[in-house]
Design a protein around this ligand. Structure first.
Ligand SMILES: [Zn+2]
Ligand SMILES: [Zn+2]
Length: 149
């Protein structure tokens, strides 16, 4: 009975192929941080050194603007709708707002950081994936934000 064992070997090899093909996390070294520093006390922002050697610096005010949570997403969509409707409809007065800073920051698993801002907003979870794509430098703007133009 040689046939069943040949079949078993074939099945094992096939399973291994499938495993290689479905890694849980795509290992894009550009979106993997090597070092993450969140300067909560000094208010200096966030510094990340990525696995590909790239360094990113984010002001907390910038991160507050780029907060990926649903509330802020809605707000951004509303704002850009106002902006495209023309300056005449900009009824909102440019109010003075103190620059938000971080009150606290924690890591979420190994994929994100959560920042509590001084304006009380705390639902923003910044995945490293997202952080790399909003890196303020021109190289990353070209690499991650050039789509659609
Ligand atoms: Zn938010
Ligand atoms: Zn960059």
């Amino acid at each position: 009975m040689a046939t069943p064992s040949r079949l078993a070997i074939a099945a094992t090899a096939r399973k291994a192929d499938v495993c290689r093909g479905t890694m849980p996390i795509p290992l894009d070294s550009r979106k993997k941080p090597a070092t993450v520093k969140v300067h909560v006390t000094s208010g200096a922002g966030v510094d990340i050194i990525w696995s590909d050697g790239h360094t990113s610096h984010y002001d907390f005010a910038y991160l507050r603007d780029e907060c990926p949570c649903a509330t802020c997403n809605d707000e951004r969509i509303r704002k850009s709708a106002f902006a495209s409707a023309g300056p005449a409809s900009a009824t909102a007065l440019p109010m003075f707002k103190p620059k938000p800073r971080a009150q606290a920051a924690t890591t979420v698993g190994n994929y994100a950081i959560q920042i509590t801002f001084t304006d009380g907003h705390a639902t923003g979870i910044f995945s490293y994936d997202h952080l790399r794509s909003i890196c303020p430098c021109t190289d990353c703007a070209k690499a991650f934000r050039a789509a659609g133009s």
